[in-house]
Design a binder for this molecule. Structure first.
Ligand SMILES: Cc1cc2nc3c(=O)[nH]c(=O)nc-3n(C[C@H](O)[C@H](O)[C@H](O)COP(=O)(O)OP(=O)(O)OC[C@H]3O[C@@H](n4cnc5c(N)ncnc54)[C@H](O)[C@@H]3O)c2cc1C
Length: 505
C-alpha cells in the first residue's frame, strides 16, 4: 500500500534510526557531507541501549573469525579510536588486554586465539604464567599463561557516544529524541522493480527521506521486517550482567579475559577509565528486548567466574549491579561451533530501495562502530550517492571542564570565574554544580537525571546518587524552568516526585 508523507515536514536525504554508538558514529561521520540528516531515538537521551551497559573494551581483534565482516570491522575500528578520542575529547586508554589461561588445557587454547589474531593482522604474544603474575599481581596464582594484545584498550562508552552525537549535532544533524520509528512510507509505484522508501512514520509525525539507516540495536530486525527485508533474520537479546567494584576498596590495572567459551568471551575482570573494576558479563538468551534486570543466579555465576581470574576480590567492595543486552542474531556464522560469533549484517537491503541495515551488531560493536560508520558511507557511495564534503565541517568537539581532573590552581581559577564550580553536588565523584549546568545547556541538553549521570559520572560512586539526587532535581527544575514534579530519571514516566507535601510552597 502506498502512503504520502504528511505535509509540514521538511525532506531529508538520510534518516538514521537509533542513537547508540553505531548511530552516533554514523551521524558524526556523515555530518561531514552536504546532506540533510535527521537522526531519531525512541528514548529521552542518546546512549541508552547496549551502548550504555557493556564491558567498555576496545578489542584488539584476535577473537573474530578471520575473513568475517566482524573481524574486518573490529580491526579497522580499533585503529580509529586514538584519533576519535583526540578529536572528541573522551577517555580512552590503549592499555592492552590479556586472555588468562588456567591449567594445561586452557594454555593450549591460547595458541588458537593467537593464530586467529595473526590471521586478522593483530599483534599478539603469549606470555608465561610467571610473567602474567609479574604484570598483574592480583591474577590467580593458578594461571598457566596469557595471550597479550597490546592494541586492546578501554574507553568511556557513554562519553564517546555522547561526544560523537554532540559533534554530529553541531555539524548540522537534526537529532529528535523521544521519537520512535513505527513504519516506512513508500514512494508511488513508478515502474521501478523495487519498492522505494520515501520516508518514515513515527510517534512524532512523518518524515520524508531518500535513505534510512537502520541502527536500531535489538530492534533492528523489526525495521528490516517492516521493509520486507530478510524475513528470516531474528535478533534474540543476550543479557550480560555485571558487578561494579568500589575503586577505594580495590583497584587493578589490567583487562583480564578468561579463555572464551562457546557462548561468549567469558566473564572478565577489568579496570575502567574511571578507576572502578567491573566484573562480568554472563550470557543468557531472553525474549524481552528491554529486560535489563539483574538476577540472583546471574550474579552468582559472574562472581564465580571472576574468582577464577582474581580470587582476592571481595563482595564487600561491590557498589552497583547492571545488565546490558547484546543484539545476538541468527545471521550466518563464519564458525558455527561458536554461538556468539554470528557475523554483523552491514548491507544495502537487497529487497528495497533506500535502506541500509546495520544489524546484529553484538560485541565487538563498540570497537567496530567507527568502522561500521565508514562502511555505511561507502555503501551510500556504491549506491551512486554523490557525497560532497562541507568546508565548514569541524571534527572537534571541545572538552568541557571536569573539576576533579583540574589542578588546585586551575580549580581556583575556574571557581573565581564561575562560582557554581565551587559547589560540589556529588561528593563521591566530586561533580560540581557548574558541570551539571553546562550539560543541561549543552548542544544535546541533558534534561534528565540519567542524562547528567552519563555526561558527568555523577551518582556512580559508593552512595549511588543518594546524596546528589534531590539537589540535581532542584537544579534541573531551576535551569529548565519547569516544575520539580516533572523532573525525571530517564523520561517516560520516571519522575522522582509524586506530589508536594505539608503545603510546601
Ligand atoms: C554485556 C555486553 C558487553 C559488551 N562488551 C563489549 C565490549 O567490551 N567491547 C565492544 O566492542 N562491544 C561490546 N559490546 C557490544 C556493544 O555494546 C554493542 O555492539 C554496541 O553498543 C551496539 O550499538 P548500537 O548502536 O548498534 O545499539 P544500541 O546501543 O542498543 O542502540 C540502538 C538504539 O536504537 C534505539 N531504537 C530502537 N528501536 C527504535 C525505534 N523504533 N525508533 C527509534 N529508536 C529506536 C534504541 O533505543 C537504542 O538507543 C557488549 C554488549 C553487551 C550487551
Amino acid at each position: 500500500m502506498q502512503a504520502a508523507v504528511s505535509p509540514g515536514h521538511r525532506d531529508y536525504d538520510v534518516i538514521i534510526v537509533g542513537a547508540g554508538v553505531v548511530g552516533a558514529m554514523v551521524a558524526r561521520f556523515l555530518s561531514r557531507f552536504a546532506l540533510d540528516i535527521l537522526w531519531i531515538e525512541k528514548e529521552a537521551d542518546v546512549c541508552t541501549g547496549a551502548t550504555s551497559a557493556n564491558s567498555a573494551v576496545i578489542h584488539g581483534g584476535y577473537d573474530a573469525v578471520p575473513g568475517s565482516l566482524k573481524a574486518e570491522m573490529n580491526v579497522r575500528g580499533n585503529a580509529m579510536w586514538d584519533r576519535l578520542a583526540q578529536e572528541l575529547h573522551f577517555s580512552f586508554d590503549r592499555c592492552g588486554t590479556y586472555v588468562v589461561a588456567v591449567g594445561v588445557e586452557e594454555r593450549q587454547a591460547l595458541e588458537e586465539q593467537a593464530a586467529r589474531g595473526q590471521a586478522n593482522g593483530v599483534p599478539v604474544e603469549i606470555i608465561s604464567g610467571d610473567e602474567m603474575r609479574r604484570r598483574e599481581p592480583f591474577v590467580t596464582p593458578e594461571t598457566s599463561g596469557a595471550l597479550y594484545c597490546p592494541t586492546g584498550g578501554i574507553c568511556d562508552p557513554w562519553g564517546a557516544t555522547i561526544a560523537a552525537a554532540e559533534n554530529a549535532v553541531t555539524n548540522g544533524v537534526t537529532l529528535r529524541r523521544n521519537t520512535r520509528f513505527e513504519d516506512f512510507i513508500w514512494a508511488e509505484v513508478n515502474g521501478r522493480s523495487k519498492r522505494t522508501i520515501a520516508g518514515i512514520r513515527t510517534n512524532q509525525g512523518d518524515f520524508a527521506a531518500r535513505w534510512v539507516i537502520n541502527a536500531a540495536g535489538v530492534h533492528a530486525d523489526t525495521l528490516m521486517h517492516r521493509a520486507g527485508s530478510r524475513p528470516g533474520f531474528k535478533i534474540t537479546p543476550r543479557r550480560g550482567e555485571y558487578y561494579v567494584i568500589d575503586r577505594n576498596q580495590f583497584q587493578m590495572d589490567s583487562v583480564l579475559f578468561p579463555v572464551p567459551t562457546k557462548v561468549s568471551k567469558g566473564i572478565l575482570v577489568t579496570n575502567t577509565v574511571h578507576g572502578n573494576t567491573i566484573v562480568g558479563p554472563n550470557a543468557e538468551e531472553i525474549e524481552d528486548r528491554e529486560d535489563t534486570a539483574v538476577t540472583a543466579p546471574g550474579m552468582h555465576e559472574i562472581w564465580d567466574g571472576a574468582q577464577k581470574l582474581v580470587p582476592s576480590l571481595s563482595q564487600r567492595a561491590i557498589i552497583a549491579l547492571f545488565a546490558g543486552l547484546r543484539p545476538g542474531s541468527n545471521a550466518p556464522s563464519p564458525n558455527p561451533a561458536v554461538a556468539y560469533n554470528k557475523d554483523f549484517v552491514i548491507e544495502i537491503a537487497p529487497e528495497v530501495q533506500g535502506l541500509i541495515n546495520l544489524a546484529g551488531i553484538e560485541s565487538p560493536g563498540l570497537t567496530a562502530a567507527p568502522a561500521i560508520a565508514e562502511r555505511a558511507i561507502e555503501l551510500l557511495r556504491e549506491a551512486g550517492e554523490v557525497l560532497t564534503e562541507k568546508a565548514t565541517w569541524n571534527p572537534e568537539r571541545p572538552a568541557r571542564p571536569v573539576f576533579r581532573h583540574l589542578s588546585r590552581a586551575e580549580q581556583a581559577d575556574l571557581v573565581a570565574r564561575e562560582p557554581s564550580y565551587g559547589r560540589v553536588i556529588c561528593r563521591c565523584e566530586m561533580v560540581t554544580e557548574g558541570e551539571i549546568v553546562a550539560e543541561i545547556h549543552a548542544p544535546i541538553p541533558a534534561d534528565t537525571y540519567d542524562a547528567i549521570k552519563r555526561r558527568t559520572w555523577l551518582g556512580t560512586g559508593r552512595c549511588q546518587g543518594a546524596f546528589d539526587m534531590p539537589r540535581v532535581v532542584e537544579i534541573l527544575a531551576r535551569e529548565l524552568g519547569c516544575d520539580p514534579l516533572t523532573v525525571s530519571k530517564k523520561g517516560n514516566s520516571s519522575e522522582f516526585l509524586v506530589r508536594k507535601t505539608k503545603n510546601a510552597g
